[in-house]
Design a protein around this ligand. Structure first.
Ligand SMILES: *[C@@H]1O[C@H](CO)[C@@H](O)[C@H](O)[C@H]1NC(C)=O
Ligand SMILES: *[C@@H]1O[C@H](CO)[C@@H](O)[C@H](O)[C@H]1NC(C)=O
Ligand SMILES: *[C@@H]1O[C@H](CO)[C@@H](O)[C@H](O)[C@H]1NC(C)=O
Ligand SMILES: *[C@@H]1O[C@H](CO)[C@@H](O)[C@H](O)[C@H]1NC(C)=O
Length: 415
C-alpha cells in the first residue's frame, strides 16, 4: 500500500489539474449561457468526483499513512478462518480490542476481495495444517513485494510436515511455536524474580542449581507429604511420539519399586474432570511427586502447556518431546524420559522419592523463576504480538524469505 501512495498522489494531481483547466476554459465562455454551462460543469465535477473516489477506494489507508497510530494493518486469512489457530483471531479488529492489546489497529478478514485485490493486504496468513496440504495452485497467484506471507501454526511440524518443496520461497514470516519465528505462537513464558520475561529462548542463561536459594522448610514439609509417584492427564491415546507405549514400559519398570503412574482421562482408568481443574491441580500438588509432560509428537521447540501442569503444581515434570529443554528450564529441575529411557527413569524416580532432600532440590528454581501461559498477559499474548510486529516499521520494511522452508519446518527424517 505504501508503494501506491506516490503513484496515487501523482494521479490526484493530474486529475485535479485537468479539472482546473476545464473549469478555467469553461469559465471563459460561461457568460454566453450561464445556466446551461453551470449544469454541465456540475455534472463534470460529479464525474471527476466519482473517478477520484474510485481511484481512492482505500481512502482510509492512504490518509492514515500520515498517522501510523491509526493506520489499519490488513490481515487476510487465506485458509479457513474456522480452523485453529485462526478461529481465535476474531473478525476485524475485534480480537485485538477484546484482548486489550496495546496495538489494536490490525484488521482480520477471510474475504479476499475486501480491499479489491488481495495484493493490497499487509499480510496474507496461512494456517499450517491446511496449507501444507494445499497444491501450489491453491496459493495466491500474485503478490506484492511489500506484503508478508505468513505461515502460522501452533500444531507440531511432525504432525503436519510439508513433504515437497512447494512451499519454498513462499513465506516471509512464520508465526509458530518455534523460538526463531518472527512471531511466536506458543504455550510457555518464563519470568525472572522481577517478573521480567526471559524465555523461553534459544540461548538461555540460567542460574546454576548451586547458585539458587535453598528451598524453604515450609515447602520441604509440604513435599514430604506426597504419597504417589506420577500422574498423567491425557485425552489423546494414540500419538505419533508413541508416548503411550513409553508409559507402559515405565509402568512395568516401576513395578520393581512398587511405584505407579496414575493415568487420568480418556486413556486411563482414572478420572479427574476438566470442569474440576482446580481439584485436579490440588491433587497433583498435594499427592504426586512427578507429572508426565509427554508431547504427542517430536518437533524442535514444541513444548506445550503440559509442562506447566508440573511446574505450576509442585510436581517435578518428566519431559518427553523433541525440544532442547535447556531453552525452557534450568538443568536439574526436571527429568528427561527420552534421554534416560524407561529403566533408568524408573530408578531415578525411586531414588528421588526415597531422598526427600534430593527431591526438594528440584524446587530451588521457584525463588528465581516463574512459569505462565502466554495468553495470561497482553505482554505475551500471541495474537497481540502479531499486531505489534505489524507495527514494527523496521521489521515490516525489511525483506525476509523462507527459501528452504521445507527444511526449516520439518523434523529431520520425517518425510
Ligand atoms: C480489557 O479491559 C476491560 C476494561 O479495563 C476489562 O473489563 C476486560 O476484562 C479486559 N479484557 C481482558 C481480556 O483482559
Ligand atoms: C467481501 O468484501 C467486498 C468488499 O468490501 C464486499 O463487497 C463483499 O460483499 C464481501 N464478501 C463477503 C462474502 O462478505
Ligand atoms: C541444547 O542446547 C544447549 C544450549 O544451547 C546445548 O549446549 C546442547 O548441546 C543442546 N543439546 C542438544 C541435545 O542439542
Ligand atoms: C516476501 O517473499 C517474496 C517471495 O520470496 C519476495 O519476493 C518479497 O520480496 C518478500 N517481501 C518481503 C516484504 O519480505
Amino acid at each position: 500500500m505504501r508503494c501506491n501512495l506516490s503513484m496515487k498522489t501523482f494521479i490526484y494531481i493530474a486529475v485535479f489539474g485537468m479539472i482546473t483547466l476545464l473549469y478555467l476554459s469553461l469559465n471563459d465562455i460561461k457568460t454566453k449561457n450561464d445556466v446551461l454551462l453551470n449544469k454541465r460543469m456540475e455534472s463534470l465535477e460529479n464525474t471527476m468526483d466519482k473517478i477520484l473516489r474510485k481511484l481512492n477506494n482505500n481512502n482510509e489507508i492512504v490518509k492514515s499513512n500520515a498517522n501510523s497510530k491509526s493506520e489499519l494493518k490488513y490481515i487476510l486469512q487465506w485458509t479457513s478462518s474456522r480452523n485453529v489457530p485462526f478461529v481465535y483471531m476474531g473478525e476485524g479488529q475485534k480480537g485485538f480490542i477484546e484482548r486489550n492489546c496495546s496495538f489494536t489497529n490490525c484488521y482480520v478478514t477471510g474475504n479476499r476481495t475486501f480491499l479489491g485485490d488481495y495484493t493490497k493486504f499487509d499480510v496474507i496468513a496461512f494456517a499450517g495444517p491446511e496449507v501444507v496440504r494445499m497444491t501450489k495452485h491453491a496459493l495466491p497467484e500474485r503478490r506484492s513485494p511489500h506484503q508478508k506471507f505468513a505461515f502460522a501454526s501452533i500444531e507440531s511440524s511432525a504432525n503436519y510436515p510439508v513433504c515437497s518443496d512447494k512451499l519454498d520461497n513462499v513465506f516471509n514470516w512464520t508465526w509458530t511455536y518455534k523460538l526463531e519465528s518472527e512471531a511466536k505462537w506458543g504455550y510457555v513464558v518464563v519470568r525472572d524474580a522481577n517478573g521480567k520475561i526471559i524465555g523461553p529462548k534459544v540461548n538461555m542463561q540460567w542460574l546454576k542449581l548451586a547458585e539458587m536459594e535453598p528451598v524453604s522448610e515450609e515447602l520441604k514439609e509440604k513435599l514430604r507429604k506426597k504419597t504417589k509417584a506420577a500422574a498423567w492427564f491425557v485425552s489423546n491415546c494414540y500419538s505419533r511420539s508413541g508416548r503411550e507405549k513409553f508409559v507402559k514400559e515405565l509402568q512395568a519398570m516401576l513395578k520393581k519399586y512398587n511405584l505407579e503412574v496414575d493415568v487420568y482421562g480418556k486413556c486411563g482408568p482414572l478420572k479427574c474432570s476438566q470442569s474440576k481443574q482446580d481439584d485436579c491441580n490440588r491433587m497433583l500438588s498435594d499427592d504426586y511427586y512427578f507429572y508426565l509432560s509427554f508431547e504427542n509428537s517430536f518437533s524442535e521447540d514444541y513444548v506445550t502447556e503440559k509442562l506447566l501442569y508440573g511446574l505450576q503444581h509442585d510436581a517435578v515434570p518428566i519431559v518427553y518431546g523433541g525440544a532442547n529443554y535447556t531453552r525452557f528450564m534450568p538443568d536439574g529441575i526436571y527429568l528427561n524420559a527420552r534421554e534416560l529411557g524407561a529403566e533408568r527413569l524408573a530408578a531415578k524416580m525411586n531414588e528421588l522419592i526415597l531422598n526427600p532432600d534430593l527431591y526438594a532440590e528440584y524446587f530451588r528454581w521457584k525463588k528465581h523463576y516463574s512459569y505462565y501461559r502466554r495468553y495470561e498477559s497482553i505482554e505475551t499474548d500471541d495474537y497481540c504480538s502479531f499486531c505489534t510486529i505489524l507495527n514494527n516499521e523496521e521489521l515490516v520494511k525489511s525483506t525476509s524469505i523462507y527459501g528452504d522452508f521445507r527444511h526449516w519446518w520439518d523434523p529431520p527424517g520425517r518425510c
